[in-house]
Design a protein around this ligand. Structure first.
Ligand SMILES: [Zn+2]
Ligand SMILES: [Zn+2]
Length: 394
């Protein structure tokens, strides 16, 4: 920085005042910027399941008030002097993703790394690595937790860890609105298929739960990898119709089909599937996913189950059929390398995420959540919510 910003910097955040309370637009103060951090003016932010967990108070070690948000898109306002990527400049547009420790051997290969042993605390604790936060309430009296996934993108100006930054310099604001969820939801779905499962064209893939993550997985399998047989399972007919448009050869409505595994067996001639992805985190669905695997099949759990969910697996069948069941966080991708590939696929029409999201003004967040939970967003036209964070509460 030639002339650094002077602190405190007033800004506005969509914070959670206490566990279980609604999101509230509130003025906050940014107290400082560490040498390895950047200030990013957030233009759009995706809304992801983990933000709900923070709102509910379901994440351990989070102190409140706290600022969630981990799918930011915006413009760099200031760059700390120790930020290693020297090609970054103020005014550059960026997407934001997760962070990691940058010290372990996994981070030595690629940083951020989903294999970093500090991945959960660094991304879910809503604080910096040393437990501090840059934010305070407007009167300066109370600390406000931030740095969620290294970014806390539900703020007009976010203090961002350098590892969370994915430079997309020529991105327009319209593109930000479409691409904001790349840094979590979309890379999770697409990365699980492309980087972990890696199905071939002749394989059979089933995806449970057609949300933003499920659609990203579907697009990656059917449109990007051109897998011939992709089965989509959901409870909402409209989403299944959309899944067919996006390359699903078969769809199953779990509300109308009591025996989903039986139906999958029918479709596959009794053989079962090669690959399965669960985005729901529902215990019964995870169980079905493992059960419907054919010989040598691999199942990936991508959706977070509520705490304490247990799943029954027939261990003998699991062994004899050489099944695998893996948990996949953030698609196991390196966002700086992977997100530009998704953007290229979007430009080629193979990753049409513009069809599955809807932009809400930030002040309408509770309506957006209600629409999502009631299935209204999903049933109408969109499945993923992107917040236009340019509105202020003042
Ligand atoms: Zn997320
Ligand atoms: Zn690490």
């Amino acid at each position: 920085m030639k002339t650094g910003p002077s602190f405190p910097i007033p800004t506005t955040a969509l914070l959670v005042p206490s566990p279980g309370s609604p999101f509230t637009l509130s003025p906050v103060l940014i107290q400082n910027l560490r040498p390895n951090e950047l200030l990013v003016e957030i233009k759009y932010s995706g809304l992801c399941h983990t933000d709900f967990l923070l709102r509910l108070g379901a994440l351990p070690n989070v102190t409140y008030p706290s600022i969630p948000g981990h799918e930011g898109a915006g413009t760099i306002l200031a760059i700390g002097p120790a930020v290693q990527n020297r090609s970054l400049a103020t005014g550059d547009n960026v997407l934001l993703s997760f962070t990691s420790c940058n010290q372990c051997h996994h981070c030595g290969e690629k940083a951020p790394s989903t294999k970093c042993k500090l991945m959960p605390p660094l991304n879910l604790s809503c604080a910096r690595h040393d437990g501090t936060t840059a934010y305070k309430t407007e009167d300066g009296a109370t600390s406000v937790s931030g740095h969620f996934f290294g970014q806390s993108s539900f703020a007009q100006i976010a203090v961002v860890n350098e590892l969370s930054v994915v430079p997309i310099k020529d991105m327009t604001e319209d593109e930000m609105a479409v691409w904001a969820p790349m840094g979590c939801g979309y890379q999770t779905g697409a990365g699980t298929v492309m980087e972990v499962l890696k199905p071939k064209r002749g394989d059979v893939v089933v995806i449970f739960g057609m949300g933003g993550v499920g659609f990203a997985a579907l697009m990656a399998a059917a449109l990007m990898l051109e897998v011939g047989t992709v089965i989509a399972v959901d409870l909402v007919e409209e989403k299944l119709r959309m899944a067919k448009e996006m390359g699903a050869r078969w769809v199953i409505n779990g509300r109308e089909t009591p025996d989903v595994v039986g139906e999958i067996m029918k479709i596959t001639g009794g053989k079962g599937v090669d690959f399965a992805v669960d985005t729901t985190g529902v215990g019964k669905v995870v169980q079905d996913m493992v059960q419907c695997l054919g010989q040598g099949g691999t199942a990936a759990s991508v959706g977070a189950p509520p705490p304490g969910v247990k799943v029954e697996v027939d261990a003998g069948v699991f062994f004899a059929m050489s099944k695998r069941w893996v948990g996949v966080v953030e698609g196991e991708v390196w966002p700086v390398e992977f997100i530009p590939r998704l953007i290229q696929a979007y430009k080629e029409g193979k990753f049409p995420v513009d069809k599955i999201s809807k932009v809400y003004p930030v002040g309408d967040i509770e309506k957006a959540i209600a629409d999502t939970e009631s299935g209204k967003v999903r049933a109408v036209e969109a499945d993923d919510v992107v917040l236009d964070t340019k509105l202020t509460c003042r």
